[in-house]
Design a binder for this molecule. Structure first.
Ligand code: ATP
Ligand code: MG
Length: 363
């Protein structure tokens, strides 16, 4: 459906896309992921020629949209766009927002556009808001209207650029549900997203972007669980892991708690689990371990979250020769640490620089 050959995009100060070569098939639901600034948005904008490529070719249904003299407006109509910000017309009601383009651009009658618009509002769960104005809707509702408006143009493919990143956490789910539903109906979609859990659930392919190209292209199981290339591996690992080094007894404990909180929210870890992680780290690191090791100590905390098991694993490594926290005299802290966890295991690792390792599973 879309074929991209040697796509290159240069800006005066950046070359986000150096050589992109991919094919997108009908029915594909593709998540585009990657570090910030790797050209994900640029790719989306190039595909529908909002931003013309520097060189390379893009074919939509075998017609080259990048060719000179191409009827871009006609080909662009095959592609719907949904942005982070919804850009609804504030002076029009919801149903008017949806009807305008089909009437103006597709030559539909008002009745046809209205009937179709109401049907679409029902599919996004907002039929009762047809006569409301955008400013009376929540962010999640606005984004659902924006999706309905895009669908009203009957696109063959929908391009999403971070459709949920401007929304409060409580509204992300409702917009994702709409996109999930579209995927079930076989809608072809390309979705730039930072929501990895969602990407894994909804898509059949993932493009990992890096180095000016689609660096790795594969099914979600490959990209998220078994990436084949080095940079993908690093990116995925960094996503799932929070690492924190403590090198002073006066370390910023509040800062660590904030990092855990942010990590938890990013991964949609339940508030209860986040709290358990925080209280475990406080009891284990601050109350039990820190008083035991001398001043030249070093401690590394690694927090990893597994979606499959819905469980966090916290590994604390520290130097010193063999203090087993499970034998601590601080019984109260040990009790609290145990209360916050499923299991705690201590291991001496004499071959490592950080000799001691204590690992806990937390739900
Ligand atoms: N209109 C523009 N003019 C000049 N430079 C641009 C323009 N748009 C993007 N860039 C540059 O191109 C690079 C890629 O930007 P792009 O927005 O595509 O990244 P991204 O992968 O979408 O990042 P993010 O995850 O932060 O949204 C960046 O270095 C950016 O500064
Ligand atoms: Mg972007």
């Amino acid at each position: 459906m879309i074929r991209i050959e040697h796509l290159r995009k240069e800006y005066p100060k950046a070359i986000p896309l150096k050589d992109v070569n991919v094919e997108i098939r009908k029915g594909d639901v593709i998540s585009v992921i990657g570090p910030s600034g790797t050209g994900k948005s640029t790719l989306i904008r190039c595909i529908n020629m909002l931003d013309p490529p520097t060189s390379g070719k893009i074919f939509i249904d075998d017609e080259e949209i990048t060719a000179k003299g191409c009827d871009i407006a006609r080909l662009r109509r095959k592609m719907g766009m949904v942005f982070q910000h919804f850009n609804l017309f504030p002076h029009m009601t919801v149903i008017e927002n949806i009807m305008t383009a089909p009437v103006d651009l597709l030559g539909k009658t008002k009745q046809e556009a209205y009937d179709k618009g109401m049907e679409l509002l029902r599919t996004v769960g907002l039929a009762d808001k047809a006569l409301s104005y955008p400013n009376d809707l929540s962010g999640g509702q606005k984004q659902r209207v924006a999706i309905a408006r895009t669908l009203a143009m009957e696109p063959e493919i929908i391009l999403f650029d971070e459709p949920t990143s401007a929304l409060d956490p409580t509204m992300i789910g409702e917009v994702q549900a709409v996109i999930r539903d579209l995927a079930k109906r076989g809608t072809t979609m390309i979705i730039v997203t930072h929501e990895m859990k969602f990407a894994r659930e909804v898509c059949n392919r993932v493009f990992y972007m890096d180095q000016g190209e689609v660096y790795e292209d594969g099914p979600p199981e490959q990209i998220f669980d078994n990436p084949q290339k080095e940079r993908t591996r690093q990116f995925i690992r960094r996503l799932k892991v929070l690492e924190y080094t403590i090198d002073s007894k006066d370390f910023d404990f509040i800062g660590l708690n904030t990092k855990i909180e942010e990590f938890g929210r990013k991964h949609r870890i339940s508030q209860k689990t986040i709290y358990n992680i925080q209280s475990y780290v406080e009891e284990m690191c601050v109350q039990i371990l820190l008083p035991q090791i001398d001043n030249r100590f070093e401690m590394l905390i690694t927090l990893e979250y597994s979606e499959e098991k819905d469980e966090a694993n916290v590994v604390i490594r520290y130097n010193g020769n063999g203090f087993d926290p499970l034998q601590t005299e601080n019984e109260l802290s040990l009790l609290l640490a145990k209360k916050a966890t499923e299991s705690i295991v201590y291991q001496a690792e004499p071959e490592n620089v950080l000799y001691n390792r204590v690992s806990a599973e937390i739900r």
